[in-house]
Write a protein that binds this ligand. Structure first.
Ligand code: ADP
Length: 439
């Protein structure tokens, strides 16, 4: 039985027994008086505990729960126990909420919770950066007061949020993918993701395909034109004409071959993070080979010399580095007028390895320099084509150097010439490594 009931029944029986005993000895008046006295004391006992409880209820957080005696001790102990477990539950809930908020704050995506009228209830830190919504400052404000882009306002009005909305910032070049997810009773979760780099990659991919198609289109058109001419039975071609046409066809074929070779080189460089065939490369023989290649390309039109000032070897992929260096050498010759000089050098400077190719050629306007390593970027398209360029040489150089922890430095002045330097860090120099190990 419930202890309150058993106690009350006990008190009633005890007061009746006391009343009967007192009534038997001192008469019924004293008997009833005794009953009334016991009940009055009991009433006082309850009133005192109730007063204590009522006082505590006025400020339950500040005061501790009063203790009690008898049946109140048990009741208050139970209340104390219930309060304790509620407090533990509340703490656990509080901690879970904090964890949830911390996780939502750490999300790389922006999150805004909206009420049924599209007023802001809560937002994370990323939403502040991406959409300028501050959880503290803007709570209660209509979201369209802060995200005013007309496309967003129209999207919010729609009832179908199946596809995300792409928002392009008018101030910066940032692109956001915004999505609304409905949940609970008329609540909305607005998520935003920065897709600027995805968009940039997409544009780069599209441009790349367009560029490759464009580069291939001309030689293919020229080739098919000549094939048609040569196979035309009504056309009488002289042996000289035929020879010239075949020569031009071979030239276009070579142009396509060079382009495809460069594209394959680039794709091979992109398909692995590091070179697989790294070894010690002696720079003197490598530079001598580059000199021979340069002389063959120049055909005696330029003065070319080599200066190997250090015996330090390079650690890397010989095939990749040879391809990068010969791209620099071939550019120096192709962009230098006849009679110009080209200087190939290898030296150590401030502990770094420097492979440089200098020419006294046409030079480059400074505004073009930051874009030279972009695929198909050319300062002078006509000159590049005339000299057999694909527009991919410096993109290959940049890739190879990055894979060797090296950088490309360009110094150039229009009309005076250029110096392209591949700068290698100390850890790529073999002699230095050995010297350090010996020390
Ligand atoms: P390309 O096949 O057109 O030479 P690259 O990627 O090798 O392509 O070079 C990109 C552009 O940089 C060239 O088109 C040219 O305008 C410029 N360039 C590269 N090297 C030199 C140089 N040594 N002197 C002047 N311009 C250069």
């Amino acid at each position: 039985m419930n202890p309150v009931w058993s106690n009350t029944i006990g008190v009633a029986i005890a007061s009746a027994a006391i009343g009967l005993v007192v009534g038997a000895f001192a008469g019924p008046t004293w008997g009833w008086g005794a009953v009334a006295g016991v009940l009055a004391l009991r009433l006082l006992y309850h009133a005192a505990h109730l007063a204590g409880l009522s006082h505590w209820l006025q400020a339950p957080q500040r005061a501790t729960l009063p203790s009690g005696h008898g049946v109140w001790e048990e009741v208050l102990a139970e209340l104390h126990h219930t309060l304790k477990s509620l407090e533990t539950e509340r703490d656990q809930l509080g901690r879970a909420l904090l964890r949830f908020r911390a996780a939502a704050q750490a999300l790389p995506d922006g999150v805004i919770i909206l009420d049924r009228d599209n007023h802001i209830e809560w937002a994370n830190a990323t939403a502040r950066r991406q959409l300028g919504v501050d959880a503290r400052r803007d709570a209660g404000s209509p979201v369209v007061n802060l995200v005013r882009h007309p496309d967003f306002v129209a999207y919010l009005r729609r009832s179908d949020y199946g596809a995300p909305l792409i928002l392009r910032s008018t101030r910066t070049d940032a692109v956001l993918s915004v999505r609304i997810i409905e949940f609970g009773a008329d609540r909305k979760l607005l998520s935003s993701r920065d897709v600027t780099s995805d968009e940039r990659l997409d544009t780069m991919r599209r441009d790349f395909v367009a560029n490759v198609s464009h580069e291939l289109k001309t030689p293919v058109t020229v080739l098919s034109g000549f094939v048609e001419t040569l196979t035309d039975e009504h056309l009488e071609l002289t042996p000289v004409q035929r020879k010239r046409f075949l020569g031009l066809m071979a030239e276009q074929g070579q142009r396509m071959r060079r382009l495809i070779e460069d594209l394959l080189t680039l794709s091979a460089l992109e398909s692995s993070l590091t070179p697989s065939d790294e070894q010690e490369i002696a720079m003197r023989p490598l530079c001598d080979r580059l000199l021979e290649e340069a002389q063959a390309l120049s055909g005696g039109r330029h003065q070319i010399d080599v200066d190997v000032a250090s015996e330090a070897a390079l650690y890397g992929s010989e095939s990749e580095l040879t391809s990068a260096f010969s791209n620099l050498v071939s550019n120096a010759i192709r962009y230098s007028p006849d009679g110009g000089s080209v200087h190939i050098a290898w030296r150590i400077e401030d502990g770094r390895g420097l492979f440089s190719v200098s020419d006294a050629g046409i030079g480059i306007d400074p505004r073009h320099v930051p874009r030279l390593t972009e695929r198909f970027y050319r300062v002078d398209r006509g000159r590049s084509r005339e000299t057999g360029g694909t527009g991919l040489g410096l993109a290959i150089v940049k890739h190879v150097l990055t894979r060797h922890d090296a950088t490309l430095e360009v110094e150039s002045e229009p009309g005076r010439g250029s110096t392209f330097s591949a700068v290698f860090p100390e850890q790529r120099l073999v002699q230095r490594k050995a010297a350090r190990a010996a020390a």
